[in-house]
Structures are given as structure tokens and as C-alpha cells.
Ligand binder design. Structure first.
Ligand SMILES: *Cc1c(COP(=O)(O)O)cnc(C)c1O
Length: 381
């Protein structure tokens, strides 16, 4: 099946008991057994749920993996992956990552003696500089958040393989429509399904997809032991969202290109970060590993201060001021005070995350209305 068919059909069958074409929401905590141990593959809701199973099979197919395991949020999915590690193990992570990912690494797993190194992953040299015999995992987030750098997944995976290090890619920003890290050599992919997969800003959900069944089984065990499962209704919402993933993301990418081109022409704007520009430092890598350049854009102001950003954030009307991304509606955010508030200012500035930096999640509204909204807002700044 091609991608546009997989989103609608992979792993999904009409319900055998009724013929319902949509996967039912199995709102149940337990399952009746005919005799002790004699059941239909479902024993207890923490371990298995049929709505969840369908979603997991669909996601494994979208990412070309062997297995998928769904969680109550993206961070719960990340928590399970980091629990594959032991105390004293070390992780090399992208330096420009989602604020919550930085927080779980530094403020939770660091307590259990797991050490994290944050590096720019534009060259292997930076990774090599911190790799040692304790390094067990490389954590990639690409496109990065909010600077929209593109990391060459295949380059990093080739290096990791030569050292026997596992690679996990947070594929939330790209979505499986634009990029499939397992095809490029990654061992594990995680998603905050809250974003593009759900796509309608109505559910918080996470998923892990593994290249092999062994790692999948370890994660399944962690999920059962720890219990960070999603509810069946949330699984249904993600399944429903995925059915239009390809058309939503494609339209959002088309809109984003036009928004980025518009921003370049505004004299108050300083930098526009968008991997689709020829001038973007990682444009060639993006062209190679992604189907399109995504729908996230960041920009900052020549007059770089928080007040300028605040004026902009209050002046838009279609672009809603909110955390999150990947929904059908366009959002505007201020990483320095919102998503990346837990990262110290010096660390932020090192990667170009200035005080006035604005991040846009471009939605699928009419492009003329989106540009008109930004234009009137910029006029007020
Ligand atoms: C939102 C997000 C997460 C966290 O996911 P939740 O569903 O909010 O727990 C992780 N990584 C990235 C890149 C995200 O955007």
C-alpha cells in the first residue's frame, strides 16, 4: 500500500461482530475468560485494548516499523524509551529539542544517574566528541524545535551503527507523511500524536514505533509495568485524525512556504527559519530526507526584545496564541516564555533562540486570510 492508502486502511478492518466500518471504542477495563487463561488475546485494559491495538498496527505500518506501542502522551512515550537505559548509561541528544524533552532528561532521568550530552548534530565530530563506552543512545529531533535545523538522520544512524549505539528519532515535527526515520536507519521513532497525527487539537497522545520486535517487546513490558496507557476514546480520535494526515500535512506545507516567503519581505522581520529556503544551511539534507519542508516556521525581529514579541502575539487574530502545533488551525507561540521556558536563557541564546523569536504552526486555513492576519499584526508592532 502507498502512504495515502495506509493512513485509511493499514491494520484496520471492519468490526467482525457488527460490520461497523469505523473501529469501535472498546470502553472496557476487563474481558471475560471462558476458563482461567482461556481468552481472546485480551485480559485487562492496562495490558491490551482492541481500539489501541488497531491504532498500534496502523502506526507501525505508517513508520515502516515492526511494532508500535501507544501511550497517554508523547512524554509518556519518551519516558518508556528512556527506561530502556540503566543507571550510568549516557545519551547524546540534539541540543535544540522540545522543552519538555529537555526537562524529562535533565530533571527526571538525570536523578537516576543517566547522563545527557546536548550537541549540535550538523556534524558527526560534535557527536564523537562526547561519545564514550557508556553511550547507549543518540536522541535526534528533526526538524529541531524551534530553530528548524535539519539533522541528517542517515548520517547519524550510520555512525551510531558503527559504534553499536541505539538511535531514537522524535518524528513529531515531520510526521510520518514527510519522513520515515526507520528507513534511514533509526531503531526507534517516537511521536507526540497530540500534534500532526491527531491533527485536530482535541487529544493528548503518544506513540513509539520500533524497527525490531525485540525492542518493541521490551517497551510493551515497560508499558504494562508502568501503566502510562492511553484511553480507548483517545486512540479512536488519533485513528480518525490519521485518516486525513496526508492531505492535512500537504496543505499545511503549501501554506507554510507562502507564509515564509511573505515574512521575508517584511522589513521588521530579521531572520526567517524555514528549511524550504535554498539559503537554509540544511536545505539539501531536508530535500533528501523529507517529502516537503514541513509547516513550522520561526522568525525574530530586528528590534529583538520580549515586548516586540508580546505585541505580535497579541495582534494576530487567526493565528491563535497557544502552545502545541500540528492542528488544522494556525497557532503562534513564543518559545522563550512558553515551550522553552525551562531552558536557561544562555542555553537558548547559544542556539539562536532569541527573546523576540516567534514560532508559527501553519494550519490549513485559506492562505490569503493567513497572510492578511500576519500583515495586519506586523503593522501594529
Ligand atoms: C509536544 C511534543 C512532545 C511532547 O508530547 P506530549 O504529547 O505533549 O506529551 C515531544 N516532542 C515534541 C517534538 C513535541 O512537539
Amino acid at each position: 500500500m502507498k502512504f495515502g492508502t495506509k493512513v485509511i486502511h493499514a491494520g484496520i478492518q471492519p468490526d467482525p461482530s457488527t460490520g461497523a466500518i469505523m473501529t469501535p471504542i472498546f470502553q472496557t477495563s476487563t474481558y471475560v475468560q471462558a476458563a482461567p487463561g482461556k481468552h481472546k488475546g485480551y485480559e485487562y485494559g492496562r495490558s491490551q485494548n482492541p481500539t489501541r491495538t488497531v491504532l498500534e498496527n496502523n502506526l507501525a505500518s505508517l513508520e515502516n516499523g515492526a511494532m508500535a506501542i501507544c501511550f497517554g502522551s508523547g512524554l509518556a512515550a519518551m519516558d518508556a524509551v528512556l527506561k530502556l537505559l540503566d543507571p550510568q548509561d549516557e545519551v547524546v541528544s540534539t541540543n535544540d529539542i522540545y522543552g519538555g524533552s529537555y526537562r524529562i532528561m535533565n530533571q527526571v532521568f538525570a536523578k537516576y544517574n543517566i547522563k545527557f550530552h546536548y550537541v549540535g548534530m550538523d556534524t558527526i565530530k560534535n557527536i564523537e566528541a562526547v561519545v564514550n563506552e557508556k553511550t547507549k543512545m543518540i536522541w535526534i529531533e528533526t526538524p529541531t524545535n524551534p530553530m528548524l535545523n535539519i539533522i541528517d538522520i542517515k548520517m547519524v544512524c550510520d555512525y551510531a551503527k558503527s559504534k553499536g549505539i541505539m538511535v531514537c528519532v522524535d518524528n513529531t515535527f515531520a510526521s510520518p507523511y514527510l519522513q520515515n526515520p526507520i528507513d534511514l536507519g533509526a531503531d526507534i521513532v517516537i511521536h507526540s500524536a497530540t500534534k500532526y497525527l491527531g491533527g485536530h487539537s482535541d487529544v493528548v497522545h503518544g506513540a513509539v514505533i520500533t524497527k525490531d520486535l525485540d525492542t518493541g517487546a521490551q517497551l510493551r513490558f515497560i508499558q504494562k509495568a508502568v501503566g502510562a496507557i492511553p484511553g480507548p476514546q483517545d486512540c479512536f480520535l488519533v485513528l480518525r485524525g490519521i485518516k486525513t494526515l496526508h492531505v492535512r500535512v500537504q496543505r499545511a506545507c503549501e501554506n507554510a512556504r507562502k507564509v515564509a516567503e511573505y515574512l521575508l519581505t517584511n522589513e521588521k522581520v530579521n531572520n526567517v527559519y524555514y528549511p524550504g529556503f535554498d539559503s537554509h544551511p540544511n536545505h539539501e539534507v531536508a530535500k533528501r530526507q523529507m517529502k516537503d519542508f514541513g509547516a513550522m516556521i520561526s522568525f525574530d525581529f530586528k528590534d529583538d526584545n520580549i515586548d516586540t514579541a508580546t505585541e505580535m502575539l497579541s495582534a494576530t487574530s487567526l493565528f491563535a496564541l497557544a502552545e502545541s502545533l500540528g492542528g488544522v488551525e494556525s497557532l503562534i507561540g513564543h518559545p522563550a516564555t512558553m515551550t522553552h521556558g525551562s531552558i536557561p536563557r544562555e542555553e537558548r541564546l547559544k542556539v539562536g533562540l532569541t527573546d523576540s523569536l516567534i514560532r508559527l504552526s501553519v494550519g490549513i486555513e485559506d492562505i490569503d486570510d493567513l497572510i492578511a492576519d500576519l500583515d495586519q499584526a506586523l503593522a501594529k508592532v
